[in-house]
Design a protein around this ligand. Structure first.
Ligand SMILES: *Cc1c(COP(=O)(O)O)cnc(C)c1O
Length: 393
């Protein structure tokens, strides 16, 4: 246990010297090996054509399933590559059979894209979407969940780490409770993979969606879906092409029986190679070491901001992670973001529209979101706090 080598991590991330980059929850800075994997493959495609270029990398592409199996605690044939977390989530959810009277439970920090799909399909099927209350700390209330669960619940949709705050939901307890009534658990791990250990086997989730570009530091336009074998038997994939299925007789098709039934033929091969490089990079650093560094940076930022007059830290939950959200009295979040940008600090705004249940419950229209990765130095955290102090003062 040696921790992250900060100098080496920063040397692999040249742009982290020019600015204080605090947006790994939005779209992080890829390390050099990821950038090289993407650009060298694009160049190769221009030299010999996309099919031959992909064939040259067939083994590495296949090995990507093993990399993500190792990262996410599942078998290689339980991994599917997609083009975003939402694509992963939608593909899995679309395959869940639903009928009249079925119930779908969500956490109060449900992500808007998931909520939109849940409500639209529920309306079509005559099913119902219900929010599980949060407890006093702000995390999902497991006792309240147990009271809501019955055999009509088909799915518990759980967001591991919300897009708008540093809380970490109690996944294993939720999965245990849900499984007692036979409900599937779909974990939105978009904000946890790459900053925290996230293993499907240890957490006990049936389905898991995540993205490449956030904490994993992969390229844009990449995502991953995990479908555990036992869950696969209960799904009816519908958005399937000739990669996920074979047209084996004039009147008959045969679906693949592994997670790749959810993949389509066409994808960005360069981006996929970059994503695989990002997973290998994270595995080489050590997920536990990454988690410790990220949690420490975020705690330093949170403490610094909380001590400033006129600044309210908005993070909830018992366990906190790398997302730090706050508001500055009298200064709209967009103005804070823009002023920090001018001062060399990159943050984003998380609007109520991304997490409407949680934000309306708390009466918040928007929060500023700062998400430091392990490559951000402690001095850069101090710079951010000093710039916010200037704005608030
Ligand atoms: C960003 C985000 C998503 C969507 O990810 P995409 O890759 O943009 O589809 C889903 N859930 C949470 C919690 C997010 O923060």
């Amino acid at each position: 246990m040696t921790g992250i080598d900060l100098a080496a991590a920063r040397a692999d991330t040249p742009a982290c010297r020019d600015r204080v980059f605090l947006d790994s929850a939005g779209s992080s800075l890829p390390p050099r090996p990821v950038l090289d994997a993407v650009t060298s493959h694009l160049r190769r495609e221009a030299e010999i054509g996309g099919y031959r270029a992909a064939a040259e990398r067939a083994e590495d592409l296949e090995d990507g399933y093993c990399a993500f199996a190792e990262l996410l605690g599942c078998a290689p044939d339980e991994v599917a590559f997609t083009d975003s977390a939402s694509r992963s989530w939608l593909a899995a959810f679309d395959a869940l059979p639903l009928g009249p009277g079925d119930r779908l439970l969500v956490s109060e920090v449900e992500y808007a894209s998931n909520g939109i799909a849940l409500l639209r399909r529920a309306e079509e099927a005559g099913a119902r979407v219900e929010a599980v209350p949060s407890d006093g700390s702000g995390q999902l209330d497991v006792a309240a969940l147990r009271e809501l669960l019955d055999e009509r619940v088909r799915l518990v949709s759980l967001v591991h780490v919300p897009t708008n705050g540093g809380l970490v939901n109690p996944v294993r307890e939720v999965a245990e409770a849900a499984h007692e009534v036979g409900a599937l658990v779909l974990l939105d791990a978009c904000q946890s993979v790459g900053q925290l250990p996230v293993r499907a086997d240890e957490l006990g989730v049936d389905l898991l969606s995540t993205t490449g570009r956030k904490w994993l530091r992969g390229p844009r336009g990449t995502g991953v879906l995990v479908v555990r074998r036992a869950a696969a038997e209960r799904l009816r994939p519908r958005l399937v092409d000739n990669t996920g299925a074979t047209w084996e007789a004039p009147d008959r098709v045969r679906l693949r029986d592994d997670a790749r039934v959810f993949e389509l033929f066409e994808y960005g091969v360069a981006a996929r190679l970059g994503l695989i490089a990002a997973a290998r990079y994270a595995l080489d650093l050590g997920i536990q070491q990454i988690a410790e560094a990220v949690t420490e940076r975020a705690a330093k930022l949170r403490d610094g901001l909380a001590a400033l007059p006129g600044v309210d830290v908005r993070d909830l939950g018992r366990q906190r992670c790398g997302i730090v959200t706050f508001t500055v009295a009298g200064v709209p979040a967009g103005r804070v973001r823009d002023a920090l940008w001018d001062a060399g600090v990159t943050v984003t705004v998380s609007p109520a529209a991304s997490t409407p249940l949680d934000m309306s419950r708390r009466g918040l229209a928007e929060v500023v979101r700062a998400s430091p990765h392990y490559f951000v130095s402690p001095e850069q955290i101090d710079t951010c706090v000093a710039e916010v102090a200037r704005l608030a003062g």
